[in-house]
Design a binder for this molecule. Structure first.
Ligand SMILES: Cc1cc2nc3c(=O)[nH]c(=O)nc-3n(C[C@H](O)[C@H](O)[C@H](O)COP(=O)(O)O)c2cc1C
Length: 386
């Protein structure tokens, strides 16, 4: 069987990616408390590189103020560069292109992750999950500092040997919060109408482009990730996201990435509209490649998405469950693909303890767990939630 998704494609800056399978960012929360990379993390990426053309490493915080989770990787100070380099090298050595996702947590940060429990965000609107803190609205100076920090973190990603960075404008993190009429109730230049709410994300992108100009060249990849809709009213709707995408692509980005629950989904906040979201993005992106994530598991699903015109298919949990998914497809061993995970597989699959917990709780929907073995966390559950 010859699949189009195994063929190479080019990003908008001309960088060739050897196939259309992308490993999207998956936060392991397995760094040292200081945000320094651990061997568990290096091993996890080494195991999953080689097959996918592009490997996007989990979100790294750009400053202590932007940290979201205990155990998150940091790109906030130069001392983190050697550790980040270990991950970039592990991925390159196995023949995949490594990109580092950069993020600022904002209102959804764990209080335990930030200094002095000082959770900050665009406005004092609590995060979307029970128990999340009510953030302190950021000052203008803090906003500008966070934007500059994305530029500095890009410089560190370049120094660490990453081929690019992806900006985390999705999944409720700060870049999305500033864009959301729900989370952003500011009356200064960072809030208000749609254009004003775009300013933060665009300013971050501009800072990252400036860092690329200063420290690398246009072969350095810049990706932008977005979540097209929010479930709240008011909240982000896909037409707003498309309007922002149109502003984003006026800047020199290499690819656009959308984070969906199901890669083929139509707008969930507008049930009458039956056009898949990927088609709406393809219609406006021109020569900017589109990567789509959301419950892709089988070669047939991935091929259908790519045949429909999507440039990159991001396979998250399935590549956690089977790190050799691409190799098995390439070697005509599709029957050998593992679609279910058992708790006794965790060690063999290089899945660190904090990720085990997340997979069996927040990310369990859509994951096939083949044993009913009780998961026995080694630390109190509150550690992960707090
Ligand atoms: C354990 C885990 C951690 C994740 N961490 C991130 C992250 O750091 N940044 C991000 O943009 N998305 C993150 N995601 C979302 C994935 O990138 C992806 O969009 C999502 O898992 C849907 O794809 P899938 O159904 O193929 O798993 C994470 C997902 C999982 C399962």
């Amino acid at each position: 069987m010859s699949y189009k998704f195994l063929e190479p494609f080019k990003l908008a800056n001309g960088v060739e990616i050897k196939n259309r399978v992308v490993f999207p960012p998956t936060t392991l929360r397995s760094s040292f408390a200081t945000g320094v990379v651990t061997d568990d993390e290096v091993n996890y990426y080494k195991m999953r590189a080689g097959g996918p053309g592009l490997v996007i490493v989990e979100m790294a915080y750009v400053s202590m103020a932007g940290k979201t989770y205990v155990g998150q990787i940091g790109a906030d100070v130069d001392e983190k560069i050697p550790g980040l380099k270990k991950i970039a090298d592990a991925i390159k050595n196995r023949g995949s292109v490594p990109v580092l996702q950069l993020s600022f947590g904002g209102r959804i940060a764990q209080t335990a992750a930030v200094l002095h429990d000082d959770v900050i965000g665009p406005s004092d609107v609590p995060g979307h999950q029970p128990g999340m803190a009510t953030p302190r609205p950021m000052t203008d100076a803090e906003i500008r500092q966070s934007i500059a920090d994305f530029g500095e973190a890009t410089r560190r990603a370049i120094a660490a040997g990453f081929a690019g960075v992806e900006l985390h404008g999705a999944n409720m993190y700060a870049m999305q919060q500033f864009f959301s009429e729900h989370a952003n109730q500011r009356t200064d230049e960072w809030g208000g109408d749609l254009t004003a709410r775009m300013q933060y994300g665009l300013a971050v992108l501009d800072a990252v482009v400036a860092a690329r100009t200063a420290y690398a060249d246009d072969q350095f990849i810049i990706g932008y990730r977005q979540s097209p809709e929010e479930p709240t009213t008011p909240g982000i709707r896909f037409d707003q996201s498309l309007a922002m995408a149109q502003e984003i692509i006026k800047r020199p980005i290499s690819y656009f990435h959308i984070s969906l629950k199901d890669a083929f989904q139509t707008p969930f906040m507008n049930k009458e509209d039956q056009e898949p979201l990927y088609a709406k993005y393809k219609a406006i992106l021109g020569n900017i490649p589109l990567i789509v994530a959301g419950l892709l598991r089988t070669p047939e699903q991935v091929e259908a998405l790519v045949q429909a015109g999507v440039d990159g298919a991001a396979i998250g949990r399935e590549l956690i469950v089977d790190p050799n998914w691409v190799q098995k497809v390439t070697n005509q061993d599709e029957k050998g693909i593992r679609y279910a995970i058992s708790t006794s597989d965790f060690d063999m699959l290089g899945i660190p303890e904090p990720l085990r917990f997340w997979l069996l709780t927040r990310f369990k929907k859509g994951l096939v767990v083949s044993t009913d073995e009780q998961f026995d966390p080694q630390v109190p559950l509150a550690y992960y939630r707090g």
